[in-house]
Design a protein around this ligand. Sequence first.
Ligand code: M6R
Length: 594
Amino acid sequence: MCGIIGYIGNKEAQSILLSSLGRLEYRGYDSCGIAVASSSIKVYKDAVRVEPLAKAMPQLSGTIGIGHTRWATHGKPSQANAHPHCDCQDKIAVVHNGIISNFHLLKQKLISEGHNFTSETDTEVIPHLIEKYYDGDLEKAVETALHQVKGSYAIIVLAADETKLIVAKKDSPLIIGIGDRENFIASDVPAILDYTNRVIYLEDGDIGVVTSDEIRIKKEGREVDRKEHKILWSVEDAQKAGYEHFMLKEIHEQPKVIRDTLGEYAQATEPNVDLERIRDAGIESILILACGTSYHAALIGKYIVEELLRIPVRVEIASELNYYGQIPAGTLAIAITQSGETADILRAMKRLKGVGGRVLAIINVVGSSASRIADQTIYTRAGPEISVAATKSFIAQLMVLYWLMMSYSKVDARRLASMLLGLREMPGKVQQVLDNEDKILECARYLSAYENVFFIGRGINFPVALEGALKLKEISYIHAEGYAAGELKHGPFALLGPDAPVIAIVTQDNTYEAMLANIKEIKARGSPLIALAKEEDGTIEELADSVITVPKVDAIFSPVVNTIALQLLAYYTAKERGCPIDFPRNLAKSVTVE
Ligand code: M6R
């Protein structure tokens, strides 16, 4: 959940570390710090964001350094708990992302051996263990220390007397960026895109020695070759491009994201995803697993599969699947994850693989951990998503699900042809939603004064109600709940009234009449009602207090336009309330803890 960065080269490390940390803040932002070495190690850290830290920091001279931006797990955000952490003599500094599950025992033992600890973190045992084993061979000391450690880690180790950095990874992401007489280490690509687009993805169990002109990687004592990848994202892709927030930029990128994601598969006149490694295994049912927003894409996926493939689908929250649930033979599991690093998903995927399951992954980040576990990966082409709130990655996931399921569809040729046309028109339809910002802004201003909001939908738009509520609560801190419209009367009606607005997603399909009936019931209980409805609906205008119109699309694609309208509604509501939209409190982009 934290972001880590390392630099070794011929330039001053401090400014490179700070600018890269700024790009990693989406991974955690309750505290941060850097350490720079030139014969001694100087550490500067605090429980603040990167910008104030950089402003307050003295000049730390040196061309080797490490940095960290934190999402607290062990110990509250404080200067003492911020990384880097050091050994007793401040000769070894470590930044870490992950969780050391046996840190308590290790800490007790190290204390009994005379080590002094200054933080409540699990991480601090690492520099002390390295100190214990260090006799001039840093790589060996790190390796021995890591043998004692249980849990997950991506670490960078800096030592006062060494002109190298040691890196190691297990169950947390770590990449090495290759430069010209300089090298970079980071949790994620955006951190180093300003300097290089040549990247190596480390694998679990890898320990590397990085100098300014050499990278050596070992696994289980043997040297290994890790392939170099060229990153196709530009620096601009990972920047705000004039938008006030990443989230708004990412919402506005969605017509392009749809084109890029479909463009990957849709040059052909027929849907054509080839499940090359999974296809012939005889798929009798599908299990889709995911977390958060990706879980809502999975729920929509269920409707798509059942309409197009007519085979049973089960959708599971990945963290739940880790503790119960049998996987019948003949089941294809589809794991959906933007980051490919979500701990709950990785664990569920490993469990499925462990019982002989076949796993197809839908991922946005190339080379991420999930792609290495899956039997086959289909990449969404959303580009880097920086804002903690998932927007464009969700729409890209839907595009892959539509295209994948259309590839194996059992519907007749006419229906398929009309769906193909519908998909091709989608970027234009989405643009129409984006052009309707004024009306959405007006509704957002209205909504921003409330503390409780309900979202309701039916059928394929029930998950959209869940996603609308998640987006609103996540960035505006308004308590919001998504409900199947028919469920409100089974309990939540007790909460309706003038203080509890309802957002109703009304689609022109077989749920339409039932939705109108629900809206009347809600109005009779005094709740303000905002409807999301197709342009020229005609009826809704008389029932709702306000209507956000969305363009007419085939009902199966209605989650796309509806969700994007709700993303904008959440964004402008949060903006109206003055919230830190891209970095909501207590959250992080990539949730690498269970
Ligand atoms: O990277 P993933 O898709 O696996 O992430 C899953 C969730 O953590 C993520 O969607 C989260 O719910 C978002 N912040 C919601 O906007």
